[in-house]
Design a protein around this ligand. Structure first.
Ligand code: ISL
Ligand code: CA
Length: 553
């Protein structure tokens, strides 16, 4: 495998609205990020992925863009952004920006123009269809509840919106639209950014004819996603983008591509394919959700299933394409609350997840706050929520007769606001995030879980992350090596072997909250060296709750 910076770098994801508020208006901003560059650098990460900071009416917190070439007022100015880029580069940290081009905001001038008349110059930038007897053109449901179509009075047609009705889908069949996208990408690349994370990029090509879904399992609507994710035209568009834009720069690209198989993953990222560098796959993130319905429909998950997902993706891509690894982002519950134990074993399980994440193949992504073990948050009323996805869902469910308490309970462990509560910097008011009124509540546990206390505690999750990041960077087999997972069907331990022609590593993790008697020593060589662990001394033939050890063999 060819060695490159974007394979070796560890990425830190920033959700700017919740990171650090510099002017006390309750909203995180770009000057706030600049204030924290020393902290980011101290983690040892190499790359920042910055979630959208462009002009937006914020129906979906910046994932609805009304001007692709400017910065949202709440976040600062283009000059602030330039200073951020400069400061990061001076600190040898690269910056990748979010590219949201499956849809724009309905307040983007392309859409305000397009919705005026059928012969408008921008009409074909979006996807318009006639209704069927007063109903939408097909039965697709929106990811954010309700139908995926909205009626436009002025022209008597419906437009497609896979997400909110304020996020009309762009029509990638239109060459002018594609050129506009390529131009705006060059606008940012020419400013010196280091790449893009591409929002739902595998949704841009829609199935020809936009057929109805035969099983209306997705609420009362059809599931549109299967008509979006693996369309052949997707590859034409990405190869064109690569030819016109990506290939001209030394950058990194990561496509958000849920609902696909490793073989499709290869088509998107294969070294011989000239499309993307890597994708995010979501099989492990959807592991406890019954996607036939809403994300709030729970389904049990098992550790063996979890391991098989990572193993299959590794074997599917290894040697021919590059992957990524992450355990949380701004769209899911907190990783420690899902895969660890955010109570009794908060410290141990937070470290175990760090050891898992940073010893897996693929470029590793850390979501802000996970490095201090930030947890899910209880929202005590609907009015405490801000996320459009959970709010739309609740509105629909209330209309169907469900009550508030029941909905808060049902969405508790799945809703996106869990991951978006403000970053907990210290134990002062609002966790040091703002002196104003935070846009989303601060998790009340900030007094015990925060950066400052973690800095002062050598045994903190934060300091474990730092050490683990440096171990990964100094042991290239953890990046480029092959992987086996012995005893993969066990539901308690996770054993990861990473190996190359030169060396071998064994990572031993107890994923449960009780002690296990097991002969893990058999996986180690005589001279095995313990690089890091989350208990003071290892005990032979026994793993304590959430025990994690990384050995060089
Ligand atoms: O497909 C899904 C559920 O079945 C979703 O998980 C989907 O992949 C996800 O919501 C896409 O997320 C991205 O695009 C959204 C935005 O709200 C998210 O924050 C972003 O990460 C629309 O732009
Ligand atoms: Ca602010």
């Amino acid at each position: 495998m060819k060695e490159t910076w974007w394979k070796e770098g560890v990425v830190y994801q920033i959700y700017p609205r919740s990171f650090n508020d510099s002017n006390n208006d309750g909203i995180g901003d770009i000057p706030g990020i600049i204030e924290k560059v020393d902290y980011i650098k101290s983690l040892g990460v190499d790359i920042i992925w910055l979630c959208p900071v462009y002009k937006s009416p914020n129906d979906d917190n910046g994932y609805d863009i009304s001007d692709y070439r400017n910065i949202m007022d709440e976040f600062g100015t283009l000059a602030d952004w330039e200073l951020l880029l400069k400061t990061l580069h001076e600190n040898n940290i690269r910056l990748i920006m979010d590219l949201v081009v499956n849809h724009s905001s309905d307040e983007h001038y392309w859409f305000t123009e397009a919705s005026k008349s059928k012969d408008n110059k921008y009409r074909d930038y979006y996807i318009w269809r006639e209704g069927k007897d007063g109903n939408p053109p097909n039965n697709w449901g929106s990811v954010f509840s309700g139908p995926a179509w909205e009626y436009n009075e002025a022209t008597g047609d419906y437009y497609l919106h896979i997400f909110s009705k304020k996020q009309p889908d762009l029509n990638w069949e239109n060459q002018n639209l594609r050129n506009e996208v390529f131009d705006l990408m060059k606008f940012w690349l020419d400013k010196g950014i280091d790449g893009f994370r591409m929002d739902v990029i595998n949704f841009i090509a829609k199935a020809p004819g936009l057929p109805d879904d035969e099983e209306t399992s997705y609420g009362k609507y059809g599931n549109a996603i299967k008509f979006l994710v693996t369309q052949p035209k997707l590859h034409d568009y990405l190869q064109e983008m690569n030819r016109e834009v990506l290939s001209k720069y030394d950058i990194m690209t990561v496509g958000e591509c849920g609902h696909i198989t490793p073989d499709d993953g290869y088509l998107l990222t294969g070294e011989d394919r000239n499309e993307l560098n890597m994708i995010f796959q979501f099989d492990h993130m959807f592991i406890d959700m019954d996607l036939k319905g809403s994300r709030y429909n729970h389904k049990g998950w098992s550790l063996s299933e979890f391991k098989h997902i990572f193993y299959n993706w590794h074997k599917g891509l290894f040697g021919r394409a590059w992957g990524s690894v992450f355990l949380g982002n701004h769209d899911f519950a907190r990783s420690i609350s899902r895969f660890g134990n955010d109570k009794e074993f908060h410290n141990k399980s937070g470290k175990l997840l760090a050891a898992f994440l940073l010893s897996m193949p693929g470029t590793a992504f850390i979501y802000q706050g996970d490095e201090i073990g930030m947890t899910n948050c209880r929202f005590n009323s609907i009015s405490e929520h801000r996320d459009i996805e959970v709010l739309n869902y609740m509105k629909e469910a209330l209309a169907e007769g469900k009550n508030e308490q029941e909905l808060l309970e049902a969405t508790y462990s799945r809703n996106r606001d869990n991951a978006r509560t403000p970053m907990q910097w210290d134990s002062s008011v609002n966790g040091g995030f703002t002196n104003g009124d935070p846009w989303l509540k601060v998790n009340p546990n900030f007094k015990s879980i925060n950066v400052l206390d973690s800095e002062n505690d050598p045994d903190s999750i934060l300091n474990f992350y730092r050490k683990m990041i440096s171990i990964r960077k100094n042991n290239k087999t953890l990046i480029y090596g092959d992987m086996e997972m012995p005893e993969i069907d066990r539901e308690d331990i996770c054993i990861i072997e990473r190996f190359s022609d030169t060396d071998r590593y064994v990572i031993i993790l107890n994923f449960i909250d009780t002690e296990i008697n097991t002969d893990f020593v058999k996986y180690l060589s005589e001279e095995a060296e313990l690089l890091i662990s989350n208990y003071p001394e290892s005990e032979e033939n026994k793993l304590r709750p959430y025990e994690a050890m990384v050995y060089k063999c």
